[in-house]
Design a protein around this ligand. Sequence first.
Ligand code: ME8
Length: 520
Amino acid sequence: MAEKFYITTPIYYPSNKLTLGNCYTTVVCDAIARYNKLLGKDVFYLTGTDEHGQKIAGRAKDAGKSEMEYLNEIIADAKDLWKLLNINYDRFIRTTDEDHVEVAQHVFSELYNKGYIYKSSYKGKYCVPCESFWTESQLVDGKCPDCGRAVIDQEEEAYFFKLSQFGDKLLKLYQDNPEFLQPQSRVNEMVNNFIKPGLSDLCVSRTSVKWGIPVPFDPKHTIYVWIDALTNYLTGVGYLRDKKMFEKYWPADVHIIGKEIVRFHAIIWPAVLMALDIPLPKKVFGHGWLLFGGDKLSKSKEVASVECVDPRILAPRYSSDAVRYILLREIPFGSDGNYSTEGFLTRINSDLANNYGNLVSRTLSMLKKYRDGVVPSHSQELDVLDKDLINIVLQEEQNVKAHMANLDSSKALASIFAIFSKANKYIEVTEPYILAKDPAKKERLDTVLRNLLEAIRIGTVHLSAFLPDVSKKVLDVLGVEAKIGEQSFYNLKEGKVLETLPILFPRLDVAKELEELSKQ
Ligand code: ME8
């Protein structure tokens, strides 16, 4: 039976249309999910939306709509966006889904029945947009430490989860499982900022928030939005409703999230699961932010007008692969990375048009011109240039696998593109256009063309997890299935006739594009 792989994105707040920042995590998870499929695993990829809370209710009211009317419009846009970006999720979960409401209520009742939840009253500083209570000492200059906005005093009857009992267990978890929370710097943050100073019990219900899931045994309370949200990861794979499915996919192999919500995933979530005796996810990965001129993109922030950050404009204009590429490549995984439209357009030219696109067109047109498109045989005697190419291709292929085992799509893509760069250089040093003029070099030309096709094949099979559209075109021409199997350099079917392809990525006039985008 195939090994399973369960991966999740955060479920996003549909408080506004999703941003390029949300696309970042979703595209990264999609590439990791697709890559694991290429490796033959049985993958489940969950994404969705986090639909309860005061902020959403407020947004719906401002728009003169019911909550569901308001949400349905944003969710339709989100699903269109995922289609546009070729996101191959297995389920789009909404926290308003019936099965999820059941799970959130069940979890709350179980925690209460097991003595982990008690009733008391809460008084604190509350950040309305973040839906977070903070202690005085956590505030930064009197403001919310997450978003920097003003907080208000709030007191209400509430249920509390005994988070304070879990400090030692969490420390032990991080110590015994260095894989659990990554990158390692996030562990230090959790330990120093939250666990060592002492965890407080967590307020897990609200009477002031009406738009939420009612506490089943005390319905004037709604379940705190983070308890509601985190449990989506259980609902998504059939908890309570499909035992077989749940047993197959749970625990999650990885929750991929932005660094600002590591606290919820690496402290609250494992504590809740420990209290419920449910196995913990294998890994939580807190990635960095896509920055825009040094600032985090967010749904509530407008971006300087000369820049275009709307994937709904960029993808139709430059291809969804190009948008996926910039997100997957430009940001070192785990760190922050700057996005600029100019950087995006320049990358399209240098990597997609000049490197990959050019390699594929040159090779296929030489094959057509010199061999009528027929895949040639290769000589058994390889020269030093051939061996060098083959070594690099096979070595980089191993590097791609290793980087993807570390979830690092940026380094994996760098290795894939190193294959294509090497193949381009191989054309320059072997000079097939000169070989073609000399009938005595027929066999040598065959070998060169064949080696180029094999390098393209190997690179493109891996690329298909990242840039599925263009890879499919190329693999279809080569007649190859996207599958990562045993290593072998010579794998194409000899004698097969290959068609040429239209230009894969046209070269862009960056200045002209920037000007046109600024008018959008
Ligand atoms: O936090 N760079 O939802 P949210 C990188 N509902 N990633 C970014 C980003 C940026 N500039 N902007 C957003 C929530 N993201 C909760 C989650 S999970 C049980 C509940 C991504 O809509 C990143 O993954 O604010 C971040 O953690 C997430 O979007 C925040 O989405």
